[in-house]
Design a protein around this ligand. Structure first.
Ligand SMILES: Cc1ncc(COP(=O)(O)O)c(C=O)c1O
Length: 444
């Protein structure tokens, strides 16, 4: 067990109380802490020296594997050269270089990049860009946002309004008004489907129903994750995203892909946009952009939308009243640039595409276990849903603790285990992940 008080550098009980942990059961954790001390490549290490395979790339961030020296050296050098500069009215070369490097990967035409510090900030930023574009075009009445059940769009107030997971919403009152949710795409007939399901494209017509009910001319934007990630890997039914694109075009609605998880190779292509052959108007990203080594997110925007806003601004005045003190932070840009080099050098996206079929087979091989209720997979992401026991989510929570104790880290949501290893994973890593999950699920 790696959670004893005496072990390694796990702090004493009295030292664990002050840090209020995010999205965590604080009382339980502080009774039985499960800590990490260091990480390298595909593995985490506990304070008492146990080695755990990282089956969720930390939290979908660490595409290139942990502790890449190229990144830490770049960040160190940057902090010794230019540690900080005001991002408003002043520039530094790293921000411009990283934006240029990022647009080598975004879909053609999506070549304007607004930097932020997290996925949540990228979502709220995209909402503001959408509102601003419509206002400048003389369509300020477009204020409704459409999202989807089971969606996760971060935790800022805009993202919470878009959210489709009840626990992320229920405590926070009415929040933003004017946000409506399409049905999710988890149809019972699509259980145990590998990749994109054949059925369910017609669920995109929910958007049409909202156009008919609220007036398509009043809708600003539709937000979807190309594959719902945090809820537990829901790939889009074939034709679903195309249909959303079509309805958006017919009604002048902006389509936003939230690619905070699906971006940067996770779907086997640069972004979900390319994997599914549908180009949005705005695209949010974070996580693997810096390999998780520095906090950073971004919104990629079609040039014509950037032009709409900037052309309308005064010659010497601010065009878009939005930005963060740490937007395009020099250290985050340095990490991002180093990561762009790694994407090329390590062929991370090609590797993800090549490994995906093997990964899918390994995950679906767990289907015979009696506790498994569904398995979904696409690219280098999969979810194994277990039958609930002891209330929704209780069994999933218990399993992720058992897995930690059996030397595997993953993210669980409710009763779904989400597997999304670093894109450097070799076949033997995939095998190790599958066999450790099998061991634990066989105990139940
Ligand atoms: C699709 C999506 N959007 C937004 C976010 C929020 O990102 P962050 O936690 O960096 O704020 C996440 C986080 O997992 C996400 O999966």
């Amino acid at each position: 067990m790696g959670h004893s008080d005496k072990a390694g550098k796990t702090p004493a009980q009295s030292q664990l109380q002050q840090f209020w942990m995010p999205f965590s059961p604080n009382k339980e954790f502080k009774r039985e802490p499960r800590m990490f001390e260091r990480a390298e490549g595909m593995y985490f290490y506990t304070p008492d020296g146990r080695k755990l395979i990282d089956a969720s790339a930390g939290l979908f961030c660490v595409a290139a594997g942990h502790c890449r020296p190229e990144i830490s050296e770049a960040v160190y050098k940057q902090l010794q050269t230019l540690d900080f500069t005001a991002p408003f009215l002043r520039g530094h070369s790293g921000a411009f270089e990283l934006a240029n490097r990022v647009v080598e990967y975004t879909p053609a035409g999506m070549n304007r990049i607004f930097f932020v510090n997290s996925g949540s900030e990228s979502v709220d930023t995209a909402m503001k860009i959408a509102l601003m574009v419509h206002r400048v075009r003389g369509q300020a009445q477009r204020q409704i946002f459409i999202s989807r059940e089971r969606a996760y769009h971060g935790v800022n107030m805009g993202g919470v309004a878009l959210a489709g997971m009840v626990n992320n919403r229920r405590a926070y009152g009415v929040g933003l008004g004017g946000v409506y949710h399409m049905r999710h795409t988890a149809l019972p007939e699509n259980k145990f489907v590998k990749g994109q399901p054949e059925t369910g494209a017609e669920l995109a017509d929910d958007l049409l129903r909202f156009c008919n009910l609220y007036g398509g001319e009043n809708i600003a934007a539709v937000f979807v994750e190309p594959t719902a990630g945090s809820f537990g890997c829901l790939p889009p039914p074939k034709g679903y995203l195309n249909r959303l694109r079509e309805i958006c075009d017919q009604n002048g609605i902006l389509l936003v892909f939230d690619e905070v998880i699906t971006g940067w190779g996770r779907m086997g292509e640069n972004f979900g946009a390319q994997a599914f052959g549908v180009t949005p108007d705005l695209l949010t990203m974070a996580k693997a952009l810096t390999n998780g080594a520095q906090p950073m997110g971004a919104v990629a925007v079609k040039q014509e939308l950037y032009d709409v806003i900037t052309d309308a601004g005064p010659e010497r005045g601010i065009e878009f009243f939005h930005g963060y003190t740490y937007s395009a932070h020099p250290a985050a840009c340095a990490a991002g640039i180093a990561m762009m080099d790694i994407f090329k050098k390590d062929r991370l996206i090609d590797r993800a595409r090549e490994m995906s079929p093997y990964f899918a087979e390994a995950m679906h091989s767990l289907r015979d276990l009696p506790v498994v209720a569904d398995i979904r997979s696409i690219g280098m992401m999969a979810a194994i849903e277990v039958a609930p026991a002891g209330g929704p989510g209780a069994r999933g929570h218990d399993i992720q603790k058992r897995l930690y104790d059996k030397a595997l880290h993953l993210k669980s949501t409710g009763d779904s285990l989400i597997i999304a290893p670093p894109l450097i994973a070799e076949k033997h890593h995939v095998d190790e992940i599958a066999s450790k999950i099998r061991d634990v699920l066989s105990e139940l």
